[in-house]
Design a protein around this ligand. Structure first.
Ligand code: HAX
Length: 445
C-alpha cells in the first residue's frame, strides 16, 4: 500500500469519530435559517454542506486545508528548475491535510506515471465526435466512457463493507487523475493539431508531462502547474464541486461524478467564463484595430456590454467580495512574464476600470475580478490560442479537488443528498400573500 494511502487511512480513522459525534450528539443544533430569497436565489449562502478540503472566506479567498494559496505555493515541494510546486504535492495536501515532503511527492509522481496510460477505446470515443464539437463535451464523454474501469463499482457489486468504500474510490480517483492530461492533450491534438498526438513521458510530473504533450516549452510546465493548483478546489457549493458531490451521494463512481461536474463547469457563468473573457477582449481589440484603448474607451466598452444586457465576463462572484487571490497569483506571474503582451495590457486596463463601472452600475455584489479574468490571457501568451480549450484546463485542475472530496465523502459515509422542495403556492402562503388550504410538510421545531 502506498505511503499516501496509509497516511490517508490513519487520517480517516482519526476523523470518523468527529463526524459521528456531531451527528449523534449535536444533530439537532440549528446552524442556519433559510430565507425566501435564498430558496429562489440559487441557495446563496445557506450553510448546508460540509467539506474539510477547502474553505472560501468571502474577503480572503480560498484556503486549501487551512493554507492560503500563497502559503500553498511556498510550502509544497518544487522541481529543481521550477517556480511552481508539483501538482502531485497538492493532491497529497488536499487528501491528508499534511504538507508532503519531497519523497512523498516523488512517490506520488511515480504512482501517477504508472496509471497514466489510456485504454484504446478512450481515443476512439474522442475520435467519434463530429467536427466543431466543444472540447468540454468531448472531455466529459471520454471520462464517462472509463466508468467501466471503476473498482468502486465492481467492489460495490461484490458487496464491499461500507467502511471500506473510500479505498476503491481512492484507486479510481488516482487512476482518473493520472489520465486527465493524456485525455486533454489528445483532445487538443485532435481538434487543433490534425490529430498529431505527442506520446507522454513517464519521467515527467503531472504539469511537466502535460506541457510536453501540448508541445509547449518552458515555462508552460509551470503555467500548467499553477493553473491546475489554483483551480483545484473552491469549497463545495460551486456548480462543479457540488455536482460531483451530489452525483457521488448516490454512490456513482468517480468517472460518472467527474464527467457530471465537467458538464456543470462548461457553463458560461462558471468555468466557460475564461474563454468568454478572451472573446470579449478580442472584440474590443478588433474594434480598436489592435490599439490599446484609453481608460475612457475601455470604460465605454464595459458600459456597452452592461447596457446590452450582458455580464462582464471574469468579474463578480457568488461568494467572494474582493479580488480573487487566484486572479492575483496569475497577475503576479503575468507581471513577471507577460508585461509586453498586448492582450495582457488589455487585461491590466480592464482590471483598472471594470470594478469602478460595475460599482456605478450598482448590480453586481462583487465588482472585482475572479480567476477567469486572467487565466485565458496566460494561455494565449504561451500559444494556446484556441480558447474553447481553456475550460478543459480548468476541468483538469478542478478534478483534483473533486476527487479528494469524493474519497472523503465515502470515507465519512455522507448520505444521499436530498433537499426538500416547496411550490410557489406554498411559499406565497408562508409569507402571507394568499391563504390556501395546503399542508406544508415541515419538520418539528
Ligand atoms: N457583469 C454584469 N452584471 C453582473 C456581473 C458582471 N460581471 N456580476 C454580477 N452581475 C449582476 C448579476 O447578473 C445580477 O443581475 P440580475 O439581478 O439582473 O440577475 C446582479 O448583478 C447580482 O448578482 P450577484 O449577486 O452579484 O452575483 P451572482 O451570485 O448572482 O452571480 C456570477 C455570480 C459569477 C455568476 C456573476 O458575477 C457573473 O455572471 N459574472 C460574470 C461571469 C463570470 O465571470 N463567471 C465566473 C465566476 C467564477 C467562476 O465560477 N469560475 O468558474
Amino acid at each position: 500500500m502506498s505511503d499516501l494511502k496509509l497516511a490517508l487511512r490513519a487520517k480517516i480513522n482519526e476523523w470518523r469519530p468527529r463526524t459521528k459525534a456531531l451527528l449523534d450528539e449535536y444533530g439537532e443544533v440549528v446552524v442556519d435559517k433559510v430565507k425566501v430569497n435564498q430558496i429562489i436565489g440559487g441557495m446563496r449562502g445557506i450553510k448546508c454542506l460540509v467539506t474539510d478540503i477547502s474553505y472560501l472566506d468571502p474577503n480572503e479567498g480560498i484556503r486549501y486545508r487551512g493554507y492560503t494559496l500563497n502559503e500553498v505555493f511556498q510550502l509544497l515541494p518544487k522541481g529543481k528548475n521550477s517556480e511552481i510546486p508539483y501538482v502531485e504535492g497538492l493532491l497529497y495536501l488536499l487528501l491528508t491535510g499534511d504538507v508532503p515532503n519531497a519523497t512523498q511527492v516523488n512517490d506520488l509522481i511515480d504512482e501517477f506515471s504508472k496509471r497514466r496510460i489510456l485504454p484504446r477505446y478512450v481515443y476512439e470515443v474522442i475520435d467519434a465526435w463530429p467536427c466543431c464539437s466543444h472540447p468540454m463535451a468531448m472531455f466529459s464523454s471520454a471520462i464517462l466512457a472509463m466508468s467501466r474501469e471503476s473498482f468502486f463499482a465492481k467492489k460495490y457489486k461484490a458487496g464491499i463493507n461500507k467502511s471500506e468504500y473510500w479505498d476503491p474510490m481512492f484507486e479510481d480517483g488516482l487512476n482518473l487523475l493520472a489520465k486527465l492530461p493524456e485525455i486533454a492533450s489528445y483532445i487538443y491534438a485532435k481538434l487543433y493539431r490534425d490529430g498529431k498526438r505527442i506520446v507522454g513521458n513517464p519521467d515527467l510530473d503531472f504539469g511537466g508531462n502535460f506541457a510536453h504533450m501540448m508541445n509547449k516549452p518552458k515555462p508552460y510546465d509551470d503555467v500548467s502547474r499553477m493553473h491546475f493548483i489554483i483551480h483545484a478546489d473552491h469549497e463545495s457549493g460551486n456548480v462543479s464541486a457540488h455536482t460531483a458531490h451530489l452525483v457521488g451521494s448516490s454512490l456513482s463512481d468517480v468517472y460518472l461524478c467527474t464527467s457530471a461536474m465537467i458538464n456543470g463547469l462548461a457553463g458560461p457563468l462558471h468555468g466557460l467564463a475564461n474563454q468568454e473573457v478572451l472573446r470579449w477582449l478580442q472584440e474590443v481589440m478588433d474594434k480598436m484595430g489592435g490599439e490599446v484603448p484609453t481608460e475612457a474607451e475601455m470604460r465605454q466598452f464595459v458600459w456597452d456590454t452592461l447596457r446590452g444586457g450582458h455580464v462582464v465576463p471574469g468579474f463578480g462572484h457568488a461568494v467572494l467580495r474582493k479580488t480573487d487571490p487566484r486572479y492575483m497569483i496569475q497577475r503576479e506571474f503575468s507581471l513577471k512574464h507577460l508585461t509586453e503582451d498586448p492582450i495582457f495590457k488589455y487585461v491590466d486596463l480592464l482590471y483598472k476600470v471594470a470594478p469602478g463601472v460595475l460599482k456605478e452600475h450598482g448590480k453586481a455584489k462583487n465588482p472585482w475580478p475572479n480567476v477567469d479574468a486572467q487565466s485565458g490571457v496566460i494561455q494565449w501568451h504561451y500559444g494556446v490560442t484556441e480558447y474553447d480549450f481553456y475550460t478543459v484546463l480548468f476541468g483538469i485542475g478542478r478534478s483534483i479537488g473533486v476527487v479528494a472530496n469524493l474519497i472523503w465523502d465515502r470515507a465519512l459515509n455522507y448520505p444521499l443528498e436530498r433537499p426538500k422542495s416547496l411550490t410557489t403556492d406554498m411559499l406565497e402562503e408562508m409569507v402571507g400573500i394568499k391563504q390556501q388550504n395546503l399542508t406544508i410538510d415541515m419538520p418539528d421545531e
